[in-house]
Write a protein that binds this ligand. Structure first.
Ligand SMILES: Cc1ncc(COP(=O)(O)O)c(C=O)c1O
Length: 474
């Protein structure tokens, strides 16, 4: 492609992008295609001959778009959002255009130094304070894996990297039974063995039982195992429950364990002074992860990982083959040594664009608006006798279910709610997802889309009540 073709195509594409984002609400939120439908429209082999670019653009609209779920749709209420605010998209265009691989300071000094600043900005804005530094990882799963590996190295006196995990008593990791599956994956990948993950039961608020946590640690110690780490949630995936962070920090301090706070989703709320107590408690951790790519309006991927002891981190990951040696020495940071991959994207740029375009006050306003919208939705649920809240609404998530008069059988209620979800999502106007609370199916509405409005919440409630009425009592 020559530069003039690129220029024309890029202008057309920006037009397409603006049109798409202006009209995204007109698409069915969830892609209606069946498994295999898109693959069937893509040839089985790559083309031998070059094709005109226009044909590609046509095929993108014809073949690909119908198979897309529209995550930036204002009525995407499922899972957690993957907000791609417009300033973050613009930054991503620049990042892709420069195509820099930012593994070392020298391979793009601005990428490293802006990342350092962004981590400082966010540690300060979240109320974690200057004791934390960190780096931008691709995902919370990787941040948590990095935390587990660093904790393992520190606890073994950095011997595991050298000798492997042979011999020695097994390390044990603790999280609640509501923790994200990435904790279990990290324990598996780190070679600790899944059977050495203790999933501590939760209380009625879906938060970790600290009495049972400590009992489990004492039991493991008495059996000669090595308690290593507690992963506490600041916002679980199913219900954004918050584990008792202060109490978890006390237990970690008493037993010399690493405390990692998984604030992947709800950590964004730490920007709000009303959550200062949570920030103060989270600041007692050894590491904290917040996904800017969820509720902080920065397009995927951008996971900010804070640590107290970057020295331990670097000692865990650093390797210095000749071809990576540079002359700056300790005057610079080389982020390749702060995680698993050597190659790194320039992720700080989009965070910079977002933080400056909205300003912290603008972000706070949006977070508060989302929390208020969830409150509005929760009141609608509470006021309708056919529905019930399944947990106390927290942040901007509402967990609720359909419970028509006279239906009390648990299995029937589960089936009814899954059928309601299926019918609702098939209509294409809204997209919600589900989880289980105390073993029972619950529907989840997350009011977190960048530009979601009160009208979207009203429409969602209308859709839900209509779909429920059509279903009756099953
Ligand atoms: C609490 C929590 N932790 C971790 C993750 C994993 O995030 P990622 O997709 O960035 O790995 C999620 C994803 O939703 C989450 O909700």
């Amino acid at each position: 492609m020559d530069i003039e073709t690129f220029r024309r195509a890029a202008h057309d594409m920006v037009e397409w992008m603006a049109r798409y984002r202006a009209g995204v609400a007109s698409y069915p939120v969830k892609s209606p295609v069946s498994p295999g439908e898109i693959a069937a429209r893509v040839p089985a082999r790559a083309p031998a001959e070059a094709e005109p670019f226009e044909r590609l653009v046509e095929d993108f609209e014809r073949v690909i778009l119908p198979g897309m779920t529209h995550w930036q749709h204002p009525r995407f209420f499922a899972y957690f959002p993957s907000n791609a605010s417009l300033p973050s998209v613009l930054a991503e265009m620049l990042t892709a255009t420069m195509g820099a691989q930012c593994m070392s300071w020298v391979t793009s000094p601005a990428a490293t130094e802006l990342e350092q600043r962004m981590m400082e900005w966010l540690a300060d804005a979240f109320g974690l304070g200057p004791a934390f530094t960190g780096s931008i990882q691709d995902a919370a799963s990787v941040s948590t894996l990095v935390a587990v590996l660093t904790a393992r190295e520190r606890a073994s006196g950095f011997a595991t990297n050298e000798d492997g995990l042979y011999g020695g008593a097994p390390f044990v990791v603790y999280c609640s039974e509501e923790a994200h599956s990435s904790v279990e994956k990290a324990v598996k990948v780190a070679g600790l063995g899944r059977k050495h993950l203790r999933k501590i039961p939760v209380d009625g608020d879906q938060a970790m039982r600290i009495d049972l946590l400590e009992a489990a640690i004492l039991r493991d110690q008495s059996e000669g195992l090595r308690p290593l780490m507690i992963v506490a949630a600041l916002g679980t995936t199913a219900t954004v429950a918050v584990d008792p962070l202060d109490a978890a920090a006390d237990v970690a301090a008493r037993h010399g364990l690493w405390l990692h706070v998984d604030a992947a989703y709800a950590g964004a709320a730490l920007l709000l002074p009303e959550y200062a107590d949570l920030a103060r408690a989270a600041a007692r951790a050894d590491s904290v992860v917040v996904n800017a790519h969820k509720w902080l309006f920065t397009n995927f991927d951008c996971s900010v990982y804070f640590v107290r002891s970057p020295g331990d981190l670097v000692r865990t990951f650093e390797l210095l083959p000749e071809y990576l040696k540079t002359s700056e020495g300790s005057r610079v940071v080389n982020y390749r040594d702060w995680s698993i991959c050597l190659g790194r994207r320039f992720r700080a740029l989009k965070l910079w664009f977002v933080l400056r375009t909205y300003g912290l006050d603008g972000l706070r306003e949006r977070l508060r608006a989302h929390i208020a919208l969830a409150g509005d939705f929760a009141r609608r649920v509470e006021a309708d006798p056919r529905f019930e809240l399944t947990t106390r609404p927290r942040f901007n998530l509402v967990c609720f279910r359909y419970r028509p008069d006279g239906v009390t059988d648990a299995a029937r209620l589960d089936a009814l709610n899954l059928a309601l979800l299926e019918a609702l999502n098939a209509r294409g106007k809204v997209y919600l997802s589900h989880a289980r609370v105390r073993g029972e199916v619950t529907l989840r509405l997350v009011a977190a889309q960048t530009d979601v409005t009160a009208d979207d919440i009203a429409l969602a409630w209308d859709e839900i009540t209509r779909a429920a009425a059509a279903l009756g009592a099953g």
